[in-house]
Every structure is written in C-alpha cells, then in structure tokens.
Design a protein around this ligand. Structure first.
Ligand SMILES: [Zn+2]
Length: 56
C-alpha cells in the first residue's frame, strides 16, 4: 500500500473486508479484500476508482 494513503475505516462485509483510504490529495478510495484465498496464493484486491491521477 502506498505511504501516501491513510486508512479512513475498515469493516467486514459478506464479500470481504472493505477498506476506505484517503489519498494525500484528498481522494477517497475503496478497496475490497475478499475472504477467499486465490489459487495462486496472492491476495486479490478490488479497488474502486483505480489509480489516483494526481499521485499515481
Ligand atoms: Zn492522490
């Protein structure tokens, strides 16, 4: 995770852990971390909004 982001809140849903983080520029971002492990052992994350256009 980028050091420019600060965790705003995190809470459990039926699909996984939802983490809200705020970028250094003020953009709010939601990341879903699913409970089920991926076959390859890597952590899967779904991030809404994609990369920050301001901070990369
Ligand atoms: Zn930013």
């Amino acid at each position: 995770m980028s050091s420019t982001e600060k965790i705003v809140s995190r809470h459990a849903t039926s699909d996984g852990i939802v983490v809200w983080s705020r970028c250094a520029c003020g953009r709010l971002r939601m990341t879903l971390i699913p409970y089920d492990p991926s076959p390859c052992g890597q952590e899967r994350r779904l991030t809404a909004g994609g990369r920050c256009p301001e901070c990369g």
